[in-house]
Design a protein around this ligand. Structure first.
Ligand SMILES: Cc1cc2nc3c(=O)[nH]c(=O)nc-3n(C[C@H](O)[C@H](O)[C@H](O)COP(=O)(O)O)c2cc1C
Length: 385
């Protein structure tokens, strides 16, 4: 690690600083993705302290747990940061408890899940089906209460994934919170821009986690044209300064990076999961619906293989994640290479080692700045757009 890589107070790389950096109050156009419970306060604060914007993934957390994360992040950095949540497709889908959702899981799906779990060392999978987790809200169904905490805490940036944030944008603005929205195609981009999102994050299919069908290189120019003048952030397959430079040249105002930040010292995943990501090649990640019920790019394991080979399909969200929680229990949390979900995108093949998050931020910025010497974001925007 170089001195430069750890020095967060160095002079910002001015030729890659975009109007969105000004608006967010950050030096470098690099945002670490909100990723489930993986991108916690430690990672987010490290990225913000390095000059980017760190975003915490809080989807799986109860509202008061989110408040604790926000307070912890504020202890670790005085810089701007964000909170990311998966939003429901419609607000009337809110409010389902795990126990309500569980009653709709067909017996054959429960039997398959328990069979796979038992094959890999969970002897009494059935006993996981009734537990304290049953009183929690199901994945993506507690958004209103989660948002209350985020706005009450006046978090600088909120990022909504899957559903449109239109129902909370006005209140967010009253609280001084900038709203970003994740999209995977042009139709979604137009919808969230019309619904008032301040920034559109366009993620190509090669990205880790939930993912659409359109590749980043095809998606970005189309989303840029469709939502102009709303700022667009590029996501999906960006892991070094070349990806950052290409995104800026295209007209995007920042990059949103997930997989590259998983292989950092601060990422909240087990060591073996980071090692798998470092060892992965470009074709290693697959798309599976077997954890969340939606298309999720990840490294394959025994759970994904068994669902691929089964005669029944995974259930839709929120049924499948409830089945996973009840069947795998703690195994879902990083303790089993056979059963734990290890999300990663195709850029994993580029990652050679685990480094501090600040080193990722600074090496990306330095490389992009070098590639773009003499260039400035404003000067090369297409005048016709
Ligand atoms: C393990 C994992 C978990 C993720 N969880 C979330 C999430 O909770 N919310 C979200 O908006 N995006 C989530 N994503 C997607 C990222 O925000 C981001 O769009 C994606 O990682 C970008 O592509 P990349 O992985 O090629 O950098 C997740 C991605 C990964 C790899």
């Amino acid at each position: 690690m170089t001195q430069q890589a750890t020095d967060s107070s160095r002079v910002p790389s001015s030729n890659i600083r975009t109007p969105l950096c000004e608006r967010l109050g950050i030096d470098l156009p690099i945002i670490s993705a909100g990723m489930g419970p993986i991108s916690g306060p430690t990672l987010a604060a490290a990225v913000s302290n390095a000059g980017g914007l760190g975003v915490m993934g809080c989807t799986t957390m109860a509202p008061e747990e989110i408040r604790t994360y926000i307070k912890r992040c504020r202890e670790l950095t005085d810089k701007p940061f964000g909170v990311d949540l998966i939003l429901p497709a419609r607000l009337d889908q809110s409010g389902a408890r795990v126990s309500d959702v569980a009653s709709h899981i067909p017996d054959e799906h429960r039997a398959l899940a328990e069979h796979i779990a038992q094959q890999h060392g969970i002897e009494h999978a059935a006993s996981n089906a009734r537990g304290p987790t049953d009183d929690r809200m199901a994945l993506g169904t507690d958004s209103e209460a989660q948002i209350e905490v985020i706005l009450d805490e006046k978090v600088p940036v909120f990022v909504g994934a899957l559903g449109s944030p239109g129902w909370m944008v006005d209140r967010a603005h009253e609280a001084g919170t900038i709203v970003m929205s994740m999209v995977g195609n042009v139709k979604q981009a137009i919808r969230v821009a019309q619904d008032g999102a301040d920034v559109v994050v366009a993620q190509g299919t090669e990205g880790g986690g939930h993912t659409g069908h359109v590749g980043t290189m095809a998606l970005l120019p189309q989303v840029l044209d469709a939502v102009s003048p709303t700022p667009v952030v590029a996501a999906g397959g960006i892991g070094d300064g070349r990806g950052l430079a290409a995104s800026l040249v295209m007209g995007c105002q920042a990059v949103w990076v997930g997989t590259r930040f998983l292989a950092t010292e601060e990422a909240g995943i087990a060591g073996w999961m980071k090692a798998e990501i470092v060892a992965a090649g470009d074709q290693s990640p697959i798309i599976s619906r077997s954890y969340t019920g939606k298309r999720f790019r990840m490294l394959p394991n025994e759970w994904t293989k068994a669902w691929d080979e089964a005669s029944i399909d995974p259930l839709p969200m929120p049924l499948q994640p409830v089945l996973v929680m009840q069947t795998l229990g703690g195994m879902a949390g990083g303790s089993s290479p056979a059963l734990t979900q290890n999300g990663a995108g195709n850029i994993a093949g580029l990652i050679e080692k685990i480094v501090p998050a600040a080193e990722v931020v600074h090496s990306m910025a330095d490389e992009a700045q070098e590639l773009l010497r003499g260039w400035s974001w404003q000067s090369t925007r297409l005048k016709s757009k």
